[in-house]
Design a protein around this ligand. Structure first.
Ligand code: HEM
Length: 493
């Protein structure tokens, strides 16, 4: 079945109003006489128009364009020594999941082939509540302090004056925040234009923690490696596909699942003891840095399979609400500053985008029973706690806290001076971008140089001049090649 083939079903019975009353006519409004005005008493008409008027909810402020699918995660290797998370407790155990892939900067109608990171968000419906792994297809990120995030995103969105994308904004920002250049290099390599969602890896990007039964933490990075193999578009191919089918990735995912070609990812961990994490040559809490796989090889933990398309895009994909703060016992945050900012930001935006009761929506509802004293609010459905007491502690047998629950996100020590401790820029920030450049094949280096230079050339000379020293600092050859292209276009640079 193609994604455009509408399903032809059996007769579903008589159309009703939103109150369930049968509808006699859905084609003609009630009027006073043949040429007379339309009547307010026509409940079906007014209800239909009024509901239509309210069809749009705010789109996600970032990652607005996306596609999702259901599936499962299966444990393939024992990691019970690392975590007490029940869904990871035994080999062969399966957990239902929902995954959403996305681009970042564009609006809901924007192209799937944009040069952009891709979101890679997975909701694990475990017996102890939902765990959301909200990552990207890149092992790192542009910035390492959440206070910079709104500014960074503004440079990726539209110019407030012209409502156009503006290369001046992004190169101006990157020249002030050169720690972004590691991720900028991935963005302008061919990994910045993946061939659909099935042919890319996913990463937690942040270092998270796993905590075992004894309360011992390990620092881990999650890697989801595509079993379909990496496939990218080169810049020209992406532009061509944009012209042919801007929904290419959405359609490709849907149709693959529909024809039974279920995409899968093998899931790995990089595991560090607390001591190894604290003594590693790079700060493992700085999300602009990778942890070398030579130092900490990937250890397989499981397999993620997507085998079912959503029945309804809005209900399942648009209303899906992922958050790095949705954790389960055995999985815990680290002090990564970006991650800490995200723990706040996602539920905050969900309450704005979907409402205070967003967790009650079927796509977000845990399979684990939810019992608490949260009541009321807009669109509280279900029984709203029924007759159970809406306070705790109580003597009425209502849901109560239990000290036997292991609070694995509260086992760290933290102390120090309350201050704005800045990371500062050092030579270390340029080592990994340099290594990345030298890891690329000659052809990949050429594509990267051409893609970056082509984009920088769109910015005003002042911004071209301010980014060049940082590119030269990464690698003299790399920076010089870009400089040569820019100077060929503008000898006065
Ligand atoms: C979506 C904030 C960094 C991955 C979002 C959304 C917000 C947000 C507000 C929209 C959520 C929604 O409306 O449902 C932030 C902030 C960040 C940050 C404040 C830094 C301080 C990151 C990083 C990653 C990431 C580092 C990846 C490692 C995602 C993904 C989505 C998303 C995958 C889309 C989730 C979905 O499919 O619904 N982010 N973000 N974000 N973010 Fe971030």
């Amino acid at each position: 079945m193609r994604s455009t083939d509408l399903p032809i079903g059996r007769d579903q019975g008589v159309l009703t109003t939103s109150t369930g009353a049968p509808v006699a006519s859905n084609q003609t409004s009630q009027t006073a006489g043949y040429n007379g005005p339309v009547l307010l008493q026509d409940f079906h008409l007014i209800d239909k128009l009024a509901h239509f008027d309210r069809e749009r909810i705010p789109e996600r402020v970032v990652h607005a364009k996306g596609a999702g699918a259901h599936g499962y995660f299966e444990v393939t290797n024992d990691v019970s020594h690392l975590t007490c998370a029940k869904f990871l407790s035994s080999v062969g155990k399966r957990t239902p999941i929902f995954t959403r892939f996305s681009t970042v900067g564009g609006e809901t109608g924007s192209t799937d082939t944009a040069r952009d990171p891709r979101g890679f968000a997975v909701k694990f419906y475990t017996e102890e509540g939902n765990w959301d792994m909200v990552g990207n297809n890149t092992p790192i990120f542009f910035i390492r302090d959440p206070i910079k995030f709104p500014d960074f995103i503004h440079t990726q969105k539209r110019d407030p004056r012209t409502h156009l994308k503006n290369p001046d904004m992004q190169w101006d920002f990157f020249s002030h925040v050169p720690e972004a250049l590691h991720q900028v290099m991935i963005l302008f390599s061919n990994r910045g234009t993946p061939d659909g969602f099935r042919h890319m890896h996913g990463y937690s990007s942040h270092t998270l923690k796993l905590v075992n039964e004894e309360g011992v933490p390990h620092y881990v990075k999650w890697h989801f490696r595509t079993d379909q193999g990496i496939k990218n578009f080169r810049a020209k191919e992406a532009a061509q596909m944009d012209g042919i089918n801007p929904d290419y990735a959405t359609q490709d995912l849907f149709e693959a699942i529909e024809r039974g070609d279920h995409p899968s990812w093998t899931v790995y961990l990089q595991v560090l003891t607390e001591e190894q994490a604290l003594n590693y040559e790079y700060n493992v809490l700085d999300v602009t840095k990778v942890i070398s796989q030579k130092d900490f090889p990937l250890q397989e933990v499981g397999r993620l399979v997507l085998d079912r398309n959503p029945e309804n895009y809005f209900a399942e994909v648009e209303q899906a609400a992922f958050s790095p703060s949705h954790m389960v016992p055995g999985i815990a945050p680290t002090a990564d500053r970006m991650l800490q900012g995200r723990l706040f930001s996602y539920p905050d935006t969900h309450r704005h985008r979907l409402g205070a009761n967003y967790q009650q929506l079927p796509i977000n509802r845990p399979i684990a029973p939810v019992r608490n004293q949260q009541r009321d609010g807009p669109m509280s459905f279900g029984d709203n706690g029924g007759r159970l007491p809406n306070y705790e502690p109580n003597s009425l047998g209502g849901p109560h806290e239990s000290h036997s629950v292991r609070e694995t996100d509260a086992v760290s020590q933290a102390e120090g001076l309350l201050a704005r401790h800045t990371y500062g820029l050092t030579d270390k920030d340029f080592e990994q971008p340099r290594a990345l450049y030298n890891l690329l094949s000659k052809e990949e280096q050429q594509d990267l140089v051409d893609n970056i230079a082509g984009n920088i050339a769109l910015a005003q000379p002042i911004f071209q001049r301010s980014i060049l020293p940082h590119l030269l600092r990464i690698d003299n050859e790399f920076g010089s090649r870009i400089e040569a292209i820019l100077k060929a276009k503008n000898p006065d640079l």
